[in-house]
Structure formats: C-alpha cells, structure tokens
Design a protein around this ligand. Sequence first.
Ligand code: SAH
Length: 444
Amino acid sequence: MNVADSQRVASALEGLGYTPEARAENADVIVMNTCVVRQSAEDKAYGRLNSLIPVKRARPEVVINLMGCLVGVKGHETLKKRFPQVDVFSPPSDPGPLLAYLTQDESKAHEDAETSRRFAMMDGNLTLPVYEQGNLVSAHVPVVLGCSHACTYCIIPYKRGIERSRPVGDIVAEVRSLAAQGVKEITLLGQIVDRYGKDIPDGPNLAALLRLVHEVEGLERIRFLTSHPNWMTPELLDTVAELPKVMPHMEVPVQAGHDEVLENMRRGYTADDYRRLIQQIRVRIPGASIATDIIVGFPGETEAQFQATYDLLAELQMDVAHLARYSTRTGTVADRKMVDDVSDEEKWRRYRLLEELQEGLATEIHGRLLGETVEVLFEEKVKGRWRGRTPTNKLVFVESDNDLRGQVLPVQITWTGPWSMQARLTRQLSINPIFSSADIAQLP
Ligand code: SAH
C-alpha cells in the first residue's frame, strides 16, 4: 500500500514538473513515507527522519514531507513538535497537503519552474525506486482505503481510518490511464480487498470490479491483495478462474492456526473454516498459488497453540508465508486488554521454526516446476538478469541481452530455490494452426 501511495505522490510531483532524484540530499522536495505496522518499521522511520536533520540544516529551503501511518488520520501536533525539520504532514494515501504547500505561493512556483526541481522518495528502509513515467510494468491501484475490521493486534484502522471503497469509475479510469502509459500489470489493493464495494449501496463487488478492469485494453495481468478469508466468496473464486487476465494467486492471511488465538485476535473464523477455504480455492482455481501471513507470539499464545499453527502450515502447503513476531501497537485492543507475555527470545524461536518449515515447503513446491514451461511477465533488469513473475507470482530470473521489459514470454525453468527460480527463454509458443499450409494451398 505504501509503494502505491508513494507512486501516487511521485506522479503528482511529476505533474508539477519535478523530476525524480535518487539521493535525498540532492533533492528539493523529500517525501518520506512511513509504516508503523510493527515497532521495527516505526523505529526505522524515526532513524530516517533524524538523518534528514543535517539536510534541513544545510539547506533550509528544502521541503520535507512526512507521510503515511506515522502521521495517521487524526492530526499531528505532537509530531510537529518532535520533528521540526518536517515542513508538511500528510495522512496515508493523500498527496493533497504536499501539493497545496508546493503550489500555495504562485509566484515562487513560477520562479521555480525556470530551474529544474527534483524530488526524492524515501521510506523506512531505503530510497524507493523512482517512478519513471512510461517505464513502469506493474502498478498498484488502491481500491479500498482504510479498514474497519478490528483485529486486536492491528494499528492500521487507527492510522488509515475507516474503510472507504473508491468509486468504480475512478478506478477504471486510473487503470485505463496506466495501461495507456504502458503498464501491463495492475494489483488492486485493500487491507481487506475482497470487501470492495460493501460500503457503497448497490455498488459492484470485487468480482464485478475485476470484470470491468478486465476489459481495459493493453493490460495483460490483474492481481489483488489482501483478502480476508470471510469475504472470499465462491463467486469471487470462480471469477478469478474464469477471467484469463486475473492471475491464479491469492493472498489470504490465516494469522494463527489455533481457534482460541484466532478468537483473541478477533479474526472471525476458525482453523477449520480456513482449511475449507483453501480447499475451495484449490478446487475452483486449479494450480492457484496461495500466500498467507502468520503472527507468532500473540499475547497468551502457548507452545501447544503455536504447534497448531505449525501443523496447519505444514498441512496446507502454502506457496508463501509472510511471518511476523507479535509487536504491541499502542492503543490497539491487544495492547489495552492483553499482556505481551511471550518473550522476545521465544518469539524468535517460533519464527525460525516456521521459517525453516516454509523454506522446505517452498523448495518442494518450486522443485515440481523444474523443466516446466511457464509464462513470465518481465519487469526489469537487475544485475544483468531480467526479473519477472509467473502467473502464480513466482520470481524468475532470465539471462538475455534483449529488452524484455513489459513482455510476457514463455520460459523453461532451469533451476529452482525456495525464494526464486532461474529460467531460459524458449521459442514463442506456436499457436495451433487452424489450417495446415497444405490446406491453405487447396483453398478456393
Ligand atoms: N490488512 C491485511 C494486512 C495487514 S498488515 C490483513 O488483514 O491481513 C500485514 C501483516 O502484518 C498482517 O497480515 C499481520 O500478519 C502483520 N501484523 C499486523 N499487525 C501486527 C502486529 N501488531 N505485530 C506483528 N505483526 C503484525
């Protein structure tokens, strides 16, 4: 979601005539987008913010914009005092405050237009890849903003506000414009993307939205994330199976494998409900890959309860498991009503056990693809190799001197590991001829 938000700001700045700059120290406008889903992310954001103090001191005219979940939707008075180097504060997904700040002084904007102005995008980790118009193969399109599901561990609803589905017309227009710029793949985003439209009376649901987006010319692939198990309807799964551009890959977090933990998390389903859903996905979308999220060390999680999560992951054989150690977020229900009683050391131990399990599972799942031919959408060249993804979202690297950017090509898998694969280009798959050349010679 943050990558999408950053892209949104970057393209708005490009619209004002700014050009991307990789090094924050050299930019006229520095946008720092932040995540606070776990303490580690929040700490990184503070570290990066502090690194901007000397930049602001050396060049007071530089504009520093702090954006995202550190700011949130409820005002920023304390942040303003704590980080005086920041000029503008923006809530998640909203380029508005920065644009207003940059355009408030018309004469200055005019004067600046004479010189070239540069902007840099940063997040808690590193400088984000710059958004280069016309160069983007895969783009993210937020369709549901905010979240209203009160998972007890989660800070997102407090920071991104209540759930709001974007109007279908806006989404389709945005996808059309991206496709016209050469974007081949879009990922529709929402904290609970499968709730799309539920807050709009008589609005389309996600299945209907997928159908509309599927019509957009030039687009090759459509994905969506993240889904909550309770809203993945048979209709949605069948739509994914039916529409050729919608990729067979589901991101559907389980979070824990024991019913009591799931209840304490207020997820709204049992482990058996989740099992049935996974089976449904596999029946209705043959060959689908499935990714899940798991939190270890939730308040009160016993060894036996953790074991239930371990066993569920082993049983369901997921393609990907995004793992996290529970991190208390101030103000959440878990923070107010539960005790963070699993030690850090124990959280790490459980995390490593799952990591090891998943590494084995993924190695096995990917191993089955060795020698197979799959279609890859190529995105960019990294350290001499082209990087792309299969329909099932597996990372593939291919050596080629040709420009493969934005192309969907068949490749043969030559090496597989737990996190990525290598492949070689095969000849273009030949299409079954309707007539043979002999037939054609005999045509009247
Ligand atoms: N809205 C999505 C994703 C939320 S954030 C969903 O409902 O699944 C991405 C992941 O971060 C979550 O799936 C969860 O596994 C993890 N996460 C969220 N809050 C956390 C916390 N307080 N501590 C540790 N991990 C957390």
